[in-house]
Design a binder for this molecule. Structure first.
Ligand code: F6P
Length: 414
């Protein structure tokens, strides 16, 4: 082990997941096991912005039992952020601030948990510290329900969201068929540019209780073609269920809500999505004159820790713990990734250069989608089914979830 003594800073950014706190717990519990190497363990409030604002917590002062309960607590207890660091060659003010903080608090381990944009942040920080000769190990911990990070077989957070989407889809399927006069149900699922999560509705279909039609952002979305698909389905059945990604776009590059109004943009230039199911169900109601319902799963799909996948909770925890081990062993400027082994489901943890990960998006392979572009093939089922196995580790008190309660003892100057 290459010994680098100092303190560890951990932060999270981007949209949360049901298991993002499990990764935090993995980082914290592992780091606290090595006081001879890692003196203090800090958790940044709202990611990189908390680091710059000297707003972070002393994790060593938390109760061990509360850290354990993080594995069943959804969302980011530390707080998250969407903040884009500038190009350091154009404006290095943020980086200078970060360097001052790193020096002041002797941060020698920087672990950052998030998706593509967060890996970009991680890479920029790593390259800057390297350029100025500040010795610090920088490791990205993957996370995203969108499952679109390259360099890893899948991402922590995806399995739990997929289990929620497929389970809810099965339950809604039954509810949507109780009346004799039929209904069209449109379920909208997250995944800004990639359809991995929307595709998980196919896990419900393969059990016989899922959507007739599934539309992913991997194919151009044509509202007219959807009408034809629905019309064909209605000839066989008076009920139709559709799963659609919030990220589907027309061939002119417009998201569906953009067909009816303006859409806001975040710090990374991403459009704020949502509303696709509502727009489509109104089109369908007008076209077919039967009852429609729009269901936007929205935040529910990424915070449903009661329905988390046991595999996901455990892998998210291990991703955190292994990132600490990798950094202590000398790894830097890398993201921790999962490599799937051949045979029965199992993974190895590997490190991948941040350079190969940041800002890239992994899409559902076209050959896993049916020719008509409205359903998934067995290859997807084989890929996703192992990731939703096992039960949530959520603790329960008085019949309700018992979330971790952190003291959040301020360690920065704030
Ligand atoms: O982090 C991914 C994600 O959950 C996407 O699926 C979704 O489009 C986006 O975040 C939503 O972002 P926000 O939480 O900023 O509204």
């Amino acid at each position: 082990m290459t010994s680098l003594k100092g303190n560890l800073m951990f932060g999270q950014s981007g949209g949360p997941t049901a298991v993002i706190n499990s990764s935090a717990a993995g980082v914290f519990e592992e780091a606290l096991k090595h006081p001879d190497v890692i003196g203090k363990v800090y958790g940044a409030a709202h990611g990189i912005v908390g680091v710059m604002n000297e707003d972070f917590y002393d994790i060593g002062q938390e109760d061990a039992n509360e850290l354990k309960l993080m594995q069943g607590t959804p969302s980011s207890l530390l707080g998250s952020v969407r903040y884009k660091l500038s190009d350091p060659d154009k404006d290095d003010s943020d980086y200078k601030k970060l360097l001052d903080i790193f020096r002041k608090y002797d941060i020698r381990y920087f672990l950052y948990n998030g998706g593509n944009d967060s890996m970009d942040t991680c890479d920029k920080v790593s390259k800057y510290l390297d350029k100025v000769g500040y010795d610090c190990r920088v490791v990205g911990v993957p996370k995203t329900i969108d499952n679109d990070l390259v360099g890893t077989d899948h991402c922590p957070g995806f399995g739990s969201a997929a289990k929620f989407v497929s389970t809810m889809t099965m339950e809604v399927f039954l509810d949507s068929r109780v009346y004799y006069d039929g209904m069209i149900v449109v379920i909208e699922i997250m995944g800004r540019h990639a359809g991995w999560l929307t595709a998980s509705a196919a896990l419900a279909s393969c059990k016989g209780y899922g959507p007739d039609l599934i539309y992913l952002p991997e194919s151009d979305f044509d509202p007219e073609r959807m009408m034809d698909d629905v019309s064909t389905t209605l000839q066989k059945n008076k009920n139709v269920m559709i799963a659609v990604s919030e990220g589907v776009k027309t061939k002119d590059g417009l998201f569906i809500p953009e067909l009816v109004g303006e859409v806001k943009t975040d710090a990374f230039g991403h459009k704020q999505l949502g509303g696709t199911a509502m727009v489509l169900s109104e089109y369908l109601a007008r076209e077919f004159g039967i009852k429609t319902r729009a269901i936007e799963l929205s935040l529910l799909q990424r915070c449903a820790a009661h329905l988390a996948s046991g595999v996901d909770v455990e892998e998210a925890y291990q991703a955190g713990a292994e990132s600490v081990k990798a950094a202590m062993a000398g790894a830097s400027d890398v993201m921790l990734g999962f490599r799937r082994k051949d045979g029965p489901y199992a993974i190895d943890m590997v490190t991948v250069a941040l350079e190969e990960v940041k800002n890239f998006e992994k899409k559902v392979p076209r050959e896993w989608i049916n020719e008509a572009g409205n359903g998934l093939k067995q290859e997807y089922i084989d890929y996703a089914m192992p990731l939703i196995q096992g039960a949530s580790k959520q603790a329960v008190e008085d019949g309700l979830p018992r979330f971790a309660r952190l003291k959040k003892v301020q360690a920065g100057r704030k």
